[in-house]
Design a protein around this ligand. Structure first.
Ligand code: C5P
Length: 311
């Protein structure tokens, strides 16, 4: 029986080969906590933007019931991320009521516990990749529902680009692409738990008149952003609780970008500059103390997870 399974998986590999998907991180250009909900989550209004810092997930068919995940670099064991990839695979098993196998390899560049959606991006990548590898042909709406059960940020990664997020963050309204914009990211070496940050948010909502200023330009083509009006309601609790993040954010603001803030629940902070040269010059001032990345924003076509055949 075992030999037969091995033979079948060798034949399947010949047909399917090795499939791979690269998936970019996000920053939250804006994040407003409207209030606490009865299910314990917080109602959000947020603006997601994909940035060109990617993880890559590669997959090869294995015998039934095998879920094998190799991490690169091995030293970082991104628990949340590897769990989310495996959770995504198991969610697909449950949906199709069988358990096709896979060997996965995850190359991680998106910071872990950084508020850049690393774990969520990997989960979305796993859904798209395994749907194809196992030829499940799950309807996109159903894939979105599975994504939303895996985590509040996961559905965004099935779209990518610029998007408005509502509810827990899982209800996505895709927006037109921004003009490509330079983003400088600083990654303090602390991992922050999202649940911990939300538990420190004051219960009262912050739904404020700025909403019109922030949201009015978003549906224009291309969208117009009032950088000065953007903010993140989680930045207060994050900077109060994690001084490294506060220090990194102050250093960014000293460089006078168009805007600078914490992304999601941190720990990464980012700044938007008018051009790549300005962002690179700013990065030179900051290198040494933190991990620094200069990236650009991505439009939807570049950001959407697309499966490639490697062999
Ligand atoms: O959905 P996700 O697993 O990313 O959420 C992690 C934790 O963050 C939740 O268990 C919850 O405590 C908190 N959270 C929240 N409101 C949101 C999103 C997350 O309170 N909109």
């Amino acid at each position: 029986m075992r030999r037969l399974i091995c033979r079948i998986s060798r034949i399947a590999n010949k047909i399917m080969g090795v499939l791979s998907v690269s998936i970019p991180a996000k920053v939250n250009l804006h994040l407003q906590v409207v209030g606490r909900r009865s299910d314990g989550f917080h109602e959000l209004r947020t603006v997601f933007q994909s940035v060109d810092l990617r993880d890559r997930l590669t997959a090869q068919v294995a015998g039934a019931g095998i879920l094998d995940l190799e991490l690169e670099p091995e030293a970082v064991l991104p628990r949340e991320c590897d769990n989310l990839v495996l959770q995504a695979a198991r969610a697909l098993w449950k949906r199709v009521d069988r358990s096709p196998g896979v060997r996965l390899r995850l190359e991680k560049r998106i910071p872990v516990g950084g508020g850049m959606g690393g774990g969520s991006a990997d989960a979305a990548a796993a859904l798209v990749l395994l749907d194809r590898l196992w030829d499940l042909q799950i309807h996109p709406a159903e894939l979105l529902a599975i994504a939303s059960d895996l985590g509040s940020d996961v559905p965004f990664f099935l779209y990518g680009g610029l998007a408005f997020g509502m509810g827990r963050g899982e209800k996505i309204l895709p927006l037109d692409d921004l003009e490509p914009t330079a983003v400088l990211i600083l990654v303090p070496s602390v991992e922050i738990s999202t649940a911990e940050v939300f538990s420190r948010v004051s219960a009262k909502g912050s739904w404020a008149p700025t909403e019109d200023t922030v949201y009015a330009g978003l549906e224009e083509k291309p969208p117009k952003i009032d950088w000065a009006a953007l903010g993140n309601d989680l930045a207060g609790p994050v900077c109060a609780g994690w001084p490294e993040v506060d220090e990194a954010l102050r250093s960014l603001r000293d460089l006078r970008p168009l805007m600078a803030d914490v992304t999601g629940s941190g720990s990464a902070v980012f700044a938007v500059f008018s051009g790549l040269e300005e962002a690179r010059a700013a990065a030179r001032e900051l290198r040494g103390k933190w991990r620094v990345e200069v990236v650009r924003t991505l439009g939807r076509t570049e950001a959407r997870p697309r499966v490639e055949k490697l062999k």
